[in-house]
Design a protein around this ligand. Structure first.
Ligand SMILES: Cc1cc2nc3c(=O)[nH]c(=O)nc-3n(C[C@H](O)[C@H](O)[C@H](O)COP(=O)(O)O)c2cc1C
Length: 412
């Protein structure tokens, strides 16, 4: 039995050439990035976290059409992962989507203001303005009304993968997607979350290690979190899944801090079915960030930090002066002052505050980035980064061995 059996089966099941998924990155990755990865044998992803489909699924359809227009081979049109933020898709009161009280908004503006450099401090009263805008922006946040329309769209386009971040849909809904020939991938950061995914019958567990850039996909922190690294989490999950001896075990995908072919190969040889990579593509021209990362921030910081402060949910980002200052100022607040708006209100309000600042050079941005940030290859486009990664992977001995592909049927 090949040590790459799981990855070969994964590749075969989705009709890929390589077991590499480009991570969906809301507000950062583009359809150009997704199409490039798909065209070269990986799985491109389209994030829907920042897409408003509260009244029509048109914006999702536009993205899918645009993706397909960039993929010349029609056989690859379904090779895409459509990524949903689960709590936005199915509104859940426990996800902190109740409008914040005025006091919390005042606390938030005051904390941000204290963390800005002196000349950039906000003088006017922003509280009522950001409260009003945020309310109207989020009033119809609940997207579950759109479930039937989303399912009809998915039935038409049949992306091979639909993935969820921040939560796991119920078994029944997952069954509906699987009935359409779509594989369901869900993110987990702890073993408790993995249990939820196993009970729900997901097709793949996206093991998001502590190193990963962006928001933690965590949804069950009731037992705390050990902040497991990518290798630790992946191996623990593999042990758990193997121990269950399921007839159709879910694929285990590793994500977080993976920046080169050697690390990819190590994870695959441990039994991971594939890897998901985001930070590695941040500086390619196909990433929105490559254009907006300002000279102010570029090259100045190499440390990253996980902080819930900016958006209301833990996210790994560059430890800029602003983020450090926010952490320090927050630590000095009284318990009463620490009451801040929840995600996603806080995030929307933060973006509103940013728009008011005189300095628009990126110094106060939230630069979502993984611990692998210093290893980003500069000056390369997405095709070149992907090409180097796959060359390194094959140089380490990974190949799509026919011997290791068995009975697993292709997704229809
Ligand atoms: C800038 C950025 C934005 C992200 N946005 C999303 C997202 O919209 N949906 C999602 O499922 N994961 C998102 N993630 C997390 C990735 O899915 C993945 O877990 C992570 O990129 C893996 O770690 P790496 O960045 O070290 O490769 C994001 C990551 C980054 C770096």
């Amino acid at each position: 039995m090949s040590r790459y059996q799981n990855s070969c089966r994964f590749v075969q099941s989705l009709g890929l050439k390589y077991p590499i998924i480009q991570a969906p990155m809301a507000g950062v990755s583009t359809v150009q990035l997704a199409a490039t990865i798909t065209n070269h044998g990986g799985l491109g992803s389209i994030p829907l976290g920042g897409v408003d489909f509260t009244t029509t699924v048109g914006p999702i359809e536009d993205l899918l059409k645009s993706f397909q227009s960039l993929v010349p081979n029609p056989d690859l049109h379904r090779n895409v992962n459509l990524n949903f933020f689960y709590h936005e898709y199915k509104s859940d009161p426990s996800c902190g989507e109740t409008p914040p009280q005025k006091r919390k908004v005042e606390n938030w503006v005051s904390l941000v203001n204290k963390s800005l450099l002196g000349p950039d401090r906000i003088s006017g009263d922003l509280v009522s303005e950001i409260t009003t805008t945020s309310r109207s922006l989020l009033a119809a946040r609940s997207k579950h009304k759109m479930e039937a329309a989303v399912l009809a769209l998915l039935a038409h386009y049949q992306p091979k993968v639909v993935s969820f971040h921040f939560g796991c849909p119920e078994k029944e809904f997952i069954g509906k997607l699987q009935g359409l020939g779509i594989a369901v991938h869900v993110c987990a950061t702890t073993l408790a979350e993995v249990d939820v995914l196993l009970n729900a019958g997901v097709d793949a567990i996206l093991c998001q290690g502590d190193e990963a850039g962006g928001h933690r996909g965590s949804f069950d922190l009731s037992n705390g979190t050990e902040n497991l690294s990518t290798f630790a989490l992946t191996q623990l999950v593999l042990g758990k899944v193997n121990g269950l001896r399921l007839q159709n075990p879910p694929v285990v995908i590793a994500a977080g801090g993976i920046m080169d072919g050697t690390v990819i190969e190590s994870l695959l040889s441990l039994g991971a079915g594939g890897v998901m990579m985001g930070t590695a593509f941040l500086r390619t021209p196909e990433s929105i960030v490559s254009r907006t990362f300002s000279k102010q921030v570029e090259g100045l910081y190499t440390d990253t930090i996980i902080t819930p402060l900016v958006s209301g949910r833990p996210a790994r980002c560059l430890k800029t002066l602003f983020v450090s200052s926010l952490e320090r100022e927050y630590a000095n607040l009284s318990d009463k002052e620490k009451g801040l708006p929840d995600y996603v209100y806080r995030y929307v309000m933060y973006k509103k505050i940013l728009a008011h600042l005189p300095n628009q050079d990126g110094r106060y941005g939230l630069h979502l980035t993984g611990q692998g940030y210093p290893f980003i290859r500069s000056g390369l486009n997405a095709q070149q980064v992907f090409g180097e990664l796959t060359e390194e992977l094959e140089a380490r001995g990974w190949k799509l061995g026919v011997d290791s592909i068995n009975e697993l049927p292709k997704v229809q």
